[in-house]
Design a binder for this molecule. Structure first.
Ligand SMILES: Cc1cc2nc3c(=O)[nH]c(=O)nc-3n(C[C@H](O)[C@H](O)[C@H](O)COP(=O)(O)OP(=O)(O)OC[C@H]3O[C@@H](n4cnc5c(N)ncnc54)[C@H](O)[C@@H]3O)c2cc1C
Length: 468
């Protein structure tokens, strides 16, 4: 006999957990991993803690802030970030366009001149691709100094083959006056970009640290969270999913159904592949949705902490393997023992590229990190761990958007809503994902039909959803 629940939620990342909190005992969450949180998990190596990727929480709406701060209390602490941009023309605060004064004066003047031209003589032409979008937004000099090399390293695909929009996560365009101010006075407007960050700082001895404290808090509110359960197929007509669970020696399968609605936060192509009713041409189109993975290399370092490294630093130099170095002890000093510190190295790769031999990769990472001077004299790397995040960055190609819309509408026609960073196949942050989970669940709780929910959620995605 098939067990049938009111609501099924696939995936216990922040999207699924937020929806489960609102729906209480009406919802069952199925998660393949042994711990909830999805991307928002933190690994412990000895006395060192490492988030899977850099994670700072920026609230984007008051309702989400009220719920999450209410749940976490004082453990969630303000953490205004300091980020730096390393270019061959100097090191300056992030975002570059607001802090041009940190660059070599010649380069700084060229950046201002090019931006002034764009501002006071705006080109009539609309950008046709990502490369043109960067050029028409920031001007040639800023692109050459940092934006082109950094984005080439980040996407590892020709920038003129990527879509002109969608990449708003790491791009802020200030007005020209602010750019001028940032050129004449370094470090002035720290509030310009996401200054209201939050990070969990539980007391010493806490069994969980890092941003996983957020996932664990949300998971504590879910009534029926089933871990270690991998969804392997979905029958949309019958409203039933098949799950597999067990261990290396033995696995079991089980079928679970839903009566009212299902939320999937699984990556959209994976979900469409698992659904028995997906038309072959849609399945094929979804299998071509491209993405980048991130390889995070966690380095446990013993020795004196670097002086004011900032929370993270971007590197435009294409000869360095990584895009970013993240100093986790700056988020929470207890993320490392007092005589050490934790460094997270972020490497992006096309998901379709073969994986590098870990030994070779580690040697390259260590050599490149040393080359930047990020490891002060007297510091020693005592342990490391690789973490593969796939998908990590959705690639917005010129063809993707219609496929994503068709796939989500197809699921919605069966009462299934695909949400979250990878369910919506978008750029979204933690706050946006939690908001979408809460919002969907509130509507389900109010008895709205899932198809209506899907339409309304789609509005959120194309409006406020971007740029999170
Ligand atoms: C490099 C990087 C840096 C980031 N930095 C920030 C930041 O600083 N601030 C910020 O706000 N956001 C940041 N984000 C974004 C943030 O992490 C995501 O928006 C958010 O965690 C997505 O949550 P989700 O629940 O939608 O997806 P996920 O966390 O991916 O959850 C999906 C869940 O589904 C499960 N699952 C998958 N397949 C199956 C299956 N077959 N059966 C059962 N379960 C399955 C997975 O295990 C996972 O738990 C960053 C993301 C990346 C990649």
């Amino acid at each position: 006999m098939i067990e049938r629940k009111d609501v099924l939620i696939l995936g216990a990342g922040l999207t699924g957990l937020s929806a489960a909190w609102v729906l209480g005992d009406r919802a069952t969450v199925l998660e393949r991993e042994a711990r909830p949180g999805g991307l928002v998990r933190t690994e412990k190596i000895g006395d060192y803690w490492f988030d899977h990727v850099v994670h700072l929480l920026y609230f984007q709406d008051l309702d989400t802030e009220r719920r999450v701060r209410g749940l976490m209390g004082d453990v969630l602490a303000p953490c205004p970030p300091t980020a730096w941009v390393e270019t061959p023309h100097g090191t300056t605060r992030f975002p570059l366009q607001m802090h041009l004064g940190g660059l070599d004066p010649e380069v700084c003047v060229r950046c201002i001149k090019d931006l002034a031209e764009l501002t006071y003589k705006p080109p009539a032409q609309q950008p046709r691709n990502f490369e043109e979008m960067l050029l028409l937004t920031f001007g040639r000099a800023m692109c050459d100094a940092f934006l082109f090399p950094y984005n080439r390293k980040m996407w590892k695909r020709p920038l003129n083959e990527l879509a002109p929009s969608g990449f708003t996560w790491n791009i802020t365009r200030p007005d020209f006056e602010k750019v001028l101010k940032g050129a004449v006075a370094q470090n002035l407007d720290a509030k310009a970009y996401n200054s209201a960050g939050w990070y969990p700082r539980p007391p010493a001895g806490s069994p969980v640290r890092g941003m996983e404290v957020l996932s664990a808090s949300l998971a504590g509110e879910a009534s029926d969270l089933r871990l270690g359960q991998t969804v392997t197929s979905v029958d949309l007509e019958e409203r039933v999913v098949t799950v597999q669970y067990g261990d290396r020696s033995r696995t079991w399968t089980e079928r679970i159904g839903f009566k009212d609605a299902m939320l999937s936060s699984l990556p959209l192509p994976r979900m469409l592949k698992m659904c028995e009713q997906t038309p072959p041409d849609l399945r094929e189109a979804c299998s071509k949705l491209t993405r980048n993975r991130v390889i995070s290399v966690a380095l446990a370092v013993e020795g004196p902490r670097p002086k004011a490294p900032g929370h993270w630093r971007y590197y435009g130099d294409e000869s360095l393997i990584f895009t970013r170095l993240v100093f986790l002890h700056e988020f929470d000093e207890l993320c490392a023992p007092p005589e050490g510190w934790s460094l997270l190295v972020e490497i992006t790769e096309p998901a379709e590229a073969p994986l590098t031999d870990p030994k070779v990769l580690l040697e390259r990472v260590l050599a490149d990190v040393r080359r930047t001077g990020a490891i002060p004299e007297g510091s020693r790397i005592i342990d490391h761990k690789f973490m593969k995040i796939d998908p990590a960055y959705v690639v917005f190609s010129l063809e993707n958007q219609p496929v994503v819309e068709r796939a989500r509408k197809f699921l919605a026609s069966y009462g299934v809503t695909s949400l979250g960073r990878y369910g919506s196949w978008e750029y979204s942050g933690m706050s946006g994902c939690m908001h979408d989970g809460f919002d969907w669940a509130e509507k389900i709780a109010a008895g709205k039909a899932p198809a209506v929910v899907e339409e309304e959620s789609a509005t959120v995605v194309s409006g406020a959803g971007k740029g999170r």
